[in-house]
Design a protein around this ligand. Structure first.
Ligand code: FES
Length: 144
């Protein structure tokens, strides 16, 4: 039921962990299942390119696989281009997800948006098209 790519990113997730002193960090919760995702970004101040992206999750296998792929896709993109990494783009890159697991892929997209939002707020800039994710839970779940 899962594609080979999903199984690969689930069994061998890329970019798991934390970034010390991140440029932006965002934590989101999935209202449907209660799972939590935190995304860390290291952004070049001048070029606005995302050099590094790491994630930690208290979530299901599909959330792990989509976040792993999402981190791979945003690395090397500017903060503006990173908005192209939608949950649909991530699912396409993974050769699809079962319909019941589509909501899991939203966690990755929203976590990236929350981290970008955090960066934009700290730097008093606007990223066109970026909205604060409604499932942003801030840093309340420190131990998540
Ligand atoms: Fe919660 Fe997948 S079931 S993110």
């Amino acid at each position: 039921m899962y594609s080979e790519k999903v199984m690969d990113h689930f069994s061998n997730p890329r970019n798991v962990g934390e970034i010390e002193n991140p440029s932006g960090v965002g934590t989101v919760g999935n209202a449907k299942c209660g799972d939590i995702m935190r995304m860390y970004l290291d952004i070049d101040e001048d070029t606005k390119i995302i050099n590094e992206c790491k994630f930690k999750t208290f979530g299901c296998g599909a959330a792990v696989a989509t976040s792993s792929m999402a981190t791979e896709l945003v690395k090397g993109k500017t903060i503006y281009e990173a908005l192209e990494v939608t949950n649909k783009a991530v699912m396409d890159a993974l050769d699809g997800l079962p319909a019941v697991k589509v909501h899991c892929s939203l966690l990755a997209e929203e976590a990236i948006h929350a981290a970008l939002w955090d960066y934009a707020e700290k730097h008093h800039i606007e990223i066109p098209g970026l909205k604060k994710p409604k499932n942003d839970i801030g840093d309340e779940e420190e131990e998540a």
